[in-house]
Design a protein around this ligand. Structure first.
Ligand SMILES: NC(=O)c1ccc[n+]([C@@H]2O[C@H](COP(=O)([O-])OP(=O)(O)OC[C@H]3O[C@@H](n4cnc5c(N)ncnc54)[C@H](O)[C@@H]3O)[C@@H](O)[C@H]2O)c1
Length: 363
């Protein structure tokens, strides 16, 4: 694993949990975790039971006793790590967005394919049971033809202009701001639930252009977007709106979508992730039903607790690595994979081109 921060800890937990709760034909061995700060990486390695730690990912990804490389570091590191790991024939598991540019993402996919690597991207929200159930209901034609996809991904951690800069606000490291961080998730859920997008028109905005630097009198320029808004047209004729921002005062991780079809509608909000709202013309009432997605029959729930004993954010990562292990056992490519990552990056790229040119652009 490369990176021991937020995602490094979420993935470490997932690899540790997966075999305790689900039947999987492999035993993940947490071999070595990498980061640049030796004292910190040592601490995380001990907390999560990694056998070793390292401050040099180049050495680690070439090792013969490593089968899988899990990339949990900032965007600018994804392509070099994934391509090196692909050349060393490793299984590739990478955080989203796949890269900082479409070209880099394509290079990663090409390296993975050329070396016949199994590859997966971590769009973990697909694996919230309520989201998987939404997909199942759509596949069963329970909401009919889809007319609308209305997605918002709202946070507020940047609204204070004195909040100091970090890698996420530096284009050379993050690639983009709310666009790659939040919008990319909503775009992935749109592709997963509704279909491919054909064209977009978009707005990007940076509200605060300089920010304090920790332990420094200088201010740093913010060269990524704070908010990304888009209108999208899907290939199947559905219309969508996606709004992602770090300035939605009061909203912490408001990852919500609503889908309206000819026979019914679905709505999901990560902050109430054990629930799926479902409206059906076939139902006895004229309102939405809230389905609590904790019965054993619901996706992934047979591994966890009795009905009504809710699960949380970290479980989405456990389900994602479970999908990867199942795919390995069945000798197929897991989803979403680097091809999905490239398709997602095409959308991000189109959003940027549209915002810059103030026109509709094709995906
Ligand atoms: N799936 C999700 O919901 C989700 C959520 C948050 C972040 N992410 C993605 O995960 C990735 C990491 O984000 P994070 O929030 O965990 O960041 P973070 O800042 O919490 O952690 C980043 C880690 O990368 C390490 N790192 C940075 N540069 C490195 C380098 N050159 N070589 C080796 N290690 C390096 C740091 O030491 C740190 O351990 C990003 O791609 C981000 O977009 C995904």
């Amino acid at each position: 694993m490369i990176g021991y921060g937020f995602m490094g800890r979420a993935h470490s937990n997932a690899w540790r949990q997966v075999r305790s709760f689900f039947d999987v034909p492999y035993e993940p061995v947490l071999k070595t975790i990498c980061g640049r700060n030796e004292a910190e990486v040592k601490k995380v390695a001990a907390n999560f039971g990694w056998e070793e730690y390292s401050t040099n990912w180049e050495d680690v990804v070439r090792r013969d006793d490593i089968d899988l490389v899990d990339i949990c570091s900032p965007g600018h590191t994804h392509a070099p790590i994934a391509i090196q790991a692909a050349e060393s024939k490793k299984i590739l598991f990478c955080e989203k967005p796949l890269a900082n540019s479409l070209v880099e993402a394509q290079d990663m996919l090409e390296a993975a394919q050329r070396n016949a690597c199994v590859h997966m991207i971590c769009h973990n929200y697909r694996r919230a049971p309520a989201v998987s159930l939404a997909r199942k209901l759509i596949e069963e034609d329970r909401i009919g033809n889809i007319y609308h996809y209305r997605a918002t991904y709202l946070q507020d951690w940047l609204r204070n202009p004195e909040f100091p800069t970090r890698w996420r606000l530096d284009k050379s490291k993050a690639g983009s701001g709310a666009l790659g961080d939040l919008f990319s998730h909503s775009a992935d859920l749109g592709r997963y639930l509704v279909g491919e997008m054909s064209e977009v028109t978009a707005l990007l905005n940076t509200f605060v252009r300089t920010r304090p630097v920790v332990n420094d009198e200088l201010k740093a320029e913010v060269d990524v977007d704070d908010a990304a808004l888009s209108i999208v047209r899907f290939e199947n004729g559905a219309l969508g709106t996606i709004e992602a921002t770090r300035y939605a005062t009061g909203r912490k991780n408001f990852n919500r979508f609503e889908i309206n079809g000819s026979k019914g509608s679905l709505a999901f909000n990560l902050e109430r992730m054990n629930e799926l709202e479902f409206y059906s013309d076939e139902g006895p009432n004229s309102g939405f039903t809230t389905i609590q997605t904790t019965d054993r029959a619901h996706p992934y729930l047979r591994g966890w607790w009795p009905p009504g004993h809710i699960i949380g954010y970290e479980h989405t990562f456990t389900h994602t690595v479970l999908e990867l292990l199942w795919a390995l056992a069945e000798e197929r490519l897991p989803t979403p994979n680097f091809t999905d990552g490239v398709k997602n990056q095409r959308i991000l790229d189109a959003v940027e081109r549209s915002a810059n040119s103030r026109t509709w652009v094709s995906v």
